[in-house]
Design a protein around this ligand. Structure first.
Ligand SMILES: Nc1nc2c(ncn2[C@@H]2O[C@H](COP(=O)(O)OP(=O)(O)OP(=O)(O)O)[C@@H](O)[C@H]2O)c(=O)[nH]1
Ligand SMILES: [Mg+2]
Length: 321
């Protein structure tokens, strides 16, 4: 094995951080090294419980991840935290950028906290996070938690890379339920109603009941698992056991039905095809004949002279000629 692969496989956190920086690089020579590294480490991947944590801004994702992470570390597990943050491409910030909230977890030797890569499209950020997840597994982490903010398509991307997708909800009135898109509810394996404390405790109980009812109306994503609702207070550290118990139960049920391997295989296949379409598109843009045809036809489409479907077909015909 290469030196970096050996160090990553040995659980060296600094080597892991370097390996992730390598897969995040857009330089062609780095990409080649990253591909070689991932290929070497591939046999060591697959050993972690992969959990996605999503929710509206301010619902308490980072707070929950820190207490959950500490809880797992205290239980003897090694925990990695990654982030998918499409907004970082605009603001230059990052959801784990304010590491203050995970300060304690970051200090633990059994934990690894990695902020979201900045720059690039959601597709690019998601790809690097998938690769970072595999590297964390190769480094022997038992649990990988992927945080994403619940806006736009990032939930879909994260759901496509984890075993269990946890949707975090802050307590609120009935109208708040409609604020969560049905499509996102359908992705949830576990719904966690956070902030069940102080003045919000009673509201949280009502919100949990609302979600339990709403989930009944949704066709289960992966029967025999029926999504569950858990109440917790990340701030007070209550209900954290229950959150993790739900994740473990989901894992047990899926694995027992042979569906965990199936889910991961499907995800890997979909990942390959998304890489393939991105790669094809990139090559098409670099192909002189296709690029020339595209430039010409784009103008015709804008002018309303050629139907877009016909234009696309003609660009494809020019590709590689
Ligand atoms: N009362 C109460 N407040 C909480 C709880 N969990 C988080 N908060 C507060 O909610 C605010 C947002 O918490 P974060 O953990 O940063 O939320 P987030 O979902 O990671 O936010 P973004 O990353 O910005 O999307 C902070 O002020 C927290 O202290 C909780 O269980 N109870
Ligand atoms: Mg956060």
């Amino acid at each position: 094995m290469s030196e970096l692969a050996t160090q990553v496989a040995g659980g060296d956190r600094r080597a892991l951080a370097r390996a992730i920086t390598l897969v995040e690089s857009t330089r062609a020579d780095h990409r080649a090294e990253a591909d070689a590294l991932l290929t070497e480490l591939m046999p060591r991947t697959g050993g972690a419980v992969r959990v996605g944590i999503s929710g509206a801004p301010g619902s308490g994702k980072s707070t929950l991840i820190e207490v959950l992470g500490l809880h797992l570390v205290d239980a003897g597990k090694r925990v990695a935290v990654l982030a998918v943050d499409p907004s970082s491409t605009r603001s230059g910030g990052s959801i784990l950028g304010d590491k203050t909230r995970m300060e304690e977890l970051t200090r633990r030797a059994e934990a690894f906290v990695r902020p979201s890569p900045t720059g690039g499209t959601l597709g690019g950020v998601a790809r690097r996070t998938r690769e970072a997840l595999l590297l964390c597994e190769a480094a022997g982490f038992d649990v990988v938690l992927v945080e994403t903010v619940g806006v736009g398509q990032s939930e879909v991307a994260v759901e496509g890379m984890v075993d269990c997708f946890l949707l975090l909800i802050a307590p609120g009135g009935g109208d708040e339920l409609q604020g969560i898109k049905r499509g996102i509810m359908e992705l949830a394996d576990v719904v966690v109603v956070n902030k069940a404390d102080g003045d919000l405790a009673a509201v949280a109980t009502g919100t949990a009941a609302d979600y339990a009812n709403a989930l009944h109306l949704i066709r289960p994503k992966t029967p025999p698992w029926a999504p569950t609702v858990v109440l917790c207070s990340a701030l007070e550290g209550r209900g954290i056991d229950e959150c993790w118990a739900a994740v473990e139960e989901h894992h047990r049920v899926l694995d027992g039905a042979g569906m965990l391997g199936e889910r991961r295989a499907e995800q890997a296949k979909a990942w390959m095809w998304s890489e393939l379409s991105a790669g094809l598109l990139e090559r098409l843009h670099l192909d002189p004949a296709a690029a020339a045809a595209a430039a010409r036809l784009e103008a015709d489409v804008v002018a309303g002279l050629v139907p877009p479907t016909v234009a696309a077909e003609q660009v494809l015909e020019a590709f590689g000629t």
